[in-house]
Write a protein that binds this ligand. Structure first.
Ligand code: G3I
Length: 470
């Protein structure tokens, strides 16, 4: 299915609705989507959620279903937070332990608790290389691709209307300096697995905000940050339905709060997506670092909220580092006061518009050399294949004159069949197939390029494609 303008504007409308609802819920706050500098402690809110709501944001926490019976835990949860993320209960191993058998008990319990308290829910996560059930770990190729898409569809459908944001895809990029995708069974189904997951989530729950979520994408200079930035930029340019980026921001282990964090937030926001701080924890909970994170979020209009990864230090996945806002006894720590004060101060008066990136990310330079001869255009195919399937990404480059429309003819080998096409309209699914531009990518300036792609079963095309102006 070709996805784009209709859904894209639908997603903007949803975003606008969501923002309006948040603002409407906050009496006395003036601006939509802007950072509001409140008079310091003029009418200081006394909880994290209420203080974040003063600027239309949320303050949330990861929640574990088995702790909802702990009254010390729920007392803090209900008092302080207005957003929750199930810590493990919506992951693939929890929701589809056997293929085709879906179990939602613990996740439903958290969602019901959140809704009864007026808290918003972040779904975590639909597609991930980790915490896959055994049956999925053993799958590959087109069978895995189908199983993954079915999982996304079933789970997003089950929670439709109850989840405000989905971490559709989690942690798909490798650490280190390469900026490459993380190797995984999902990645080996073809490079387009991420956008395929987003399209499936969009179809299942058109009103949820769809996020890409990762760790170590906090430092603007890191190759991983730049790689995710380029993916989001590419998705936005091609109409892949993405609304937001989640920065996990685990400043634990060896990772630290970077001084250019605000640049990272504003740079992603400048791509036209919201940003969320989704799993915050900081080794030994220094007040300064927590305060900086809050102020950085408040300075970026599209930073919609902050979620800490647990309530008390004893609830943390890294309890040894005491990285949270409450100690094991449920007492507020110094970092809690720093966060509350920063939220009540409403941030700095940094202009609310997104700041353009200060570092130009490396982008793939579009071809500037017109195709040889008098050809109106040239098409090249990049093929990712595996046994039984393939993904083809096609680049269409205009010649010496601009194109106002184009077609690309390709012949698929016997037995091959197209199952999915994006950013082009195919004439058929097998044999000789002609791909025609869609409304938003027919105009291509001289010497520049546009792309489309398709996925199929069998063996991918190897013959040179024929590009023509139309
Ligand atoms: O519930 C079982 C228990 O019955 C069993 O006895 C025990 C034995 O190991 O395991 C328990 O499950 C553990 C589960 O946490 C609940 O405590 C799993 O082994 C353990 O792997 C799981 O760890 C979770 C981890 O994700 C798994 O990758 C952490 O709680 C959770 O905080 C962490 O969260 C991730 C985010 O999803 C993504 N970003 C990073 C973040 C931190 O790793």
């Amino acid at each position: 299915m070709n996805h784009v303008p209709a859904r894209s504007s639908g997603r903007s409308t949803t975003r606008a609705r969501l923002r309006a609802a948040l603002i409407a819920a906050v009496a006395g706050v003036a601006a939509v989507g802007t950072t509001v500098a409140l008079a310091p402690n003029a009418s200081a809110a006394t909880t994290l959620g209420a203080s974040a709501a003063q600027t239309g944001r949320y303050f949330g926490t990861a929640v574990a279903a088995n702790k909802l019976s702990d009254s010390a835990y729920t007392t803090i949860l209900n008092r302080e937070f207005n957003q929750v993320t199930p810590e493990n209960e919506m992951k693939i191993d929890a929701t589809e332990p056997q293929q085709g058998v879906f179990t939602y008990g613990n996740a439903d319990r958290i969602v019901a608790h959140a809704r009864s308290q007026g808290m918003k829910v972040r779904g975590h996560t639909l597609a991930w290389h980790s915490q896959q059930p055994g049956w999925m770990q053993n799958m590959s190729g087109s069978a895995l691709r189908s199983a993954m898409l079915n999982h996304v569809t079933q789970v997003a459908t089950h929670f439709r209307g109850q989840v405000a944001w989905w971490d559709v895809v989690n942690e798909a990029f490798a650490d280190g300096g390469t900026g490459a995708r993380r190797d995984s069974n999902l990645q080996r189904t073809g490079n387009d697995w991420i956008e395929a997951a987003f399209r499936a989530a969009d179809a299942a729950d058109p009103n949820a905000q769809l996020c890409y979520n990762d760790y170590n994408i906090d430092n603007w200079n890191d190759a991983k940050t730049q790689a995710v930035y380029r993916m989001v930029q590419d998705f936005k340019s091609r109409g892949v339905p993405i609304d937001c980026v989640g920065l996990q921001s685990h400043f634990t282990g060896g990772s630290n709060y970077p001084s250019n964090y605000r640049t990272t937030l504003s740079s992603f926001a400048a791509l036209g997506v919201d940003v969320h701080i989704t799993e915050l924890d900081i080794r030994n909970a220094p007040s300064d670092a927590y305060r900086n994170v809050v102020n950085d979020c408040l300075a970026v209009a599209r930073c919609k909220g902050i979620t800490v990864w647990g309530i008390r230090d004893s609830d943390s996945w890294r309890s040894g580092e005491s990285p949270l806002l409450f100690d094991g006894g449920g007492n507020k720590k110094a970092a809690y006061d720093a966060v509350l004060t920063a939220l009540n101060n409403g941030g700095t008066t940094t202009p609310p518009t997104t700041t353009p990136p200060t570092t130009t990310p490396t982008t793939t330079t579009p071809p500037t050399t017109p195709p040889p001869g008098n050809a109106a255009c040239v098409a090249t195919v990049r093929l990712d294949s595996w046994t039984g399937g393939f993904v083809a990404n096609v680049t269409v480059t205009a010649g010496a004159s601009s194109l106002s429309g184009w077609t690309v003819g390709l012949t698929l080998p016997a037995g091959a069949a197209i199952t999915n096409t994006w950013s082009a309209q195919p004439s058929g699914t097998s044999g000789a197939v002609t791909f025609r531009n869609v409304s938003y990518n027919g105009s291509v300036a001289a010497g520049t390029s546009t792309t489309f792609g398709f996925q199929g079963t069998g063996v991918g095309p190897s013959a040179t494609p024929i590009c023509s102006a139309s």
